[in-house]
Structure formats: structure tokens, C-alpha cells
Design a protein around this ligand. Sequence first.
Ligand code: G
Ligand code: G
Ligand code: MN
Ligand code: NA
Length: 254
Amino acid sequence: LRNIEELRQAIAQQQFQLEYQPLIELETGHIFGVEALLRWMHPVRGRISPADFIPLAEETGLIVPLGAWILQTACAQAAAWSAKGLPPVTMAVNVSARQFREKGLQADVAAALASSGLPAERLELELTESAIMEDVGAATATMNALRGLGVHLAIDDFGTGYSSLSVLKTFPVRRLKIDRSFVHDIPADQDDIAITAAIISLARTLHLEVIAEGVETQAQFMMLKQMGCMAAQGFLIGRPMAAAAMAERLACDH
Ligand code: G
Ligand code: G
Ligand code: MN
Ligand code: NA
């Protein structure tokens, strides 16, 4: 049923875990970052996707303490990998719309950086296009404040949220993440190829980095590379995995 009580209990009983998915440079295959992805290890139902409980966590405000835990855990993990001598990677963390609107976000980010010792520039916050576009003025102020802490920002699910191109250039973001719905039917769908090419071109014009999400096939991989996309993420390259498996993958990457 995933009610509020169950969610509260899950936080208290530490039933949440983070998995990590590699982000690679298309040209070299080098892993430059990982995205932290939340999983609920339910004692009875097993692994529950965040898609099934983030909406409730947002409605009830539980996303705030949960989000703080995610930031702490992801930053601590990135710092722990570095301490083991693994190559430094960017740690990308999803921030939900509600979390982004809450006043405490900056403090939670600062606390996670301070307690982990992770350099701020190694943390990248993924904001959804729709969360930013809800109130562009407020969002810009929040983004500038977060940038002021030294962290980087990315726009997640880009292409799905009606960004006005004129405001996009004023946002202090460094990366666009091409939504996987556009990548899914490459190379068969000419419209999706055109949209993806347009986003790649837009990113280049605005001096933003760009990454294609949801890369599942060799054909998508090759086509994106040919189109000049800088980076990719998806099941073809690596599924979200536990921290230990990710550490092994990073160890093989230098
Ligand atoms: O990993 P998966 O495909 O199950 O994720 C489903 C959705 O949950 C995606 O939209 C993803 O962005 C979101 N999600 C995954 N991890 C987190 C997280 O740590 N915080 C937030 N706010 N959303 C997450
Ligand atoms: O909304 P966001 O982009 O943060 O969602 C990330 C989610 O996408 C993760 O939960 C992850 O499980 C999922 N994901 C990552 N790579 C792929 C992929 O290649 N195919 C599909 N279908 N989902 C993916
Ligand atoms: Mn994401
Ligand atoms: Na996305």
C-alpha cells in the first residue's frame, strides 16, 4: 500500500539504498561520473522503484528527510571511493520538485558536503525541467544559491518540460540530460533523431555539456557518437549497481 506510515518506518529502519549508474564520455568510454539512484529494499515486497514512492514522499513532505539522507549517502560514497584511491568521479544526485522548492535544500547540500569532505565541484544536482519552469524567478535564485556552494547543476529529462530557450541561457547549469524517450527509438525514428540533434546543437551553442540517457543498444550508441553527443548513460553501458560493484568498475577504468 505504500502509505505514509510505511514510508516513515522505512526511513527509520533504513530500508533505503542507493545504486550507482555510470556516466561515460562517448569518445573514450571513460567513466566521468555516476548517478545515484534510490531503491527501497522492502522487507516483504523486495525492491521497490522510486517511481512508486517518490510521489507519496513528495506529497507528504517525507522527501525532505529522505532527500537529506540521499545527499549524505551519495557524498559519503563518492568521498569513500576517492579515499580508496579510485579515480574521482562526479556524483550526480536527483533532486525532486518539492525538495527543490524547500528552503532547507541549500543547508542539506552544505551539510552533506561538510560531513563527507567531498569537494563541492564533485557534486552535481539533477533538477527536472518541469521543477525549474514552475517558477523561473524563484528557481533561478535557488540555482544561483546552490552554485554559490560550488556544486554543479544539470537539467534532467531535458526536452520533456517546455523550457523556454530564452531563459535556458540564463540558468547556471552545466549539463543537459537528453530524456530517454527521445533516445529510445533512435535510429529508426527520424523525428527523435532530429530532436536529439537539436538538443545537442542547442547545448553546443549555449556551451553546455550534454548526455544522452537510456542508451540500450549499440545502434543508439553509434548514432549518438556520430551526432556529436559528448556523453551517454544507459543499460548498454551499465545498469544501476551497488556501491561495491561500481567500485570494481571504477577500478577497471583507469
Ligand atoms: O531508477 P529508476 O528508473 O527506478 O527511477 C525512477 C524515477 O525515480 C526517476 O525519475 C528517477 O529520477 C527518480 N529517482 C531515482 N532516484 C532518486 C532520488 O534519489 N531522488 C529523487 N528525487 N528521485 C529519484
Ligand atoms: O528521471 P531520471 O533520468 O533520473 O531516471 C533515471 C532512471 O532511468 C533510473 O532509475 C534508471 O533505472 C533508469 N534508466 C537508466 N538507464 C536506462 C536505460 O538504458 N533504459 C531504461 N529504460 N531506463 C534506464
Ligand atoms: Mn536523473
Ligand atoms: Na531523466
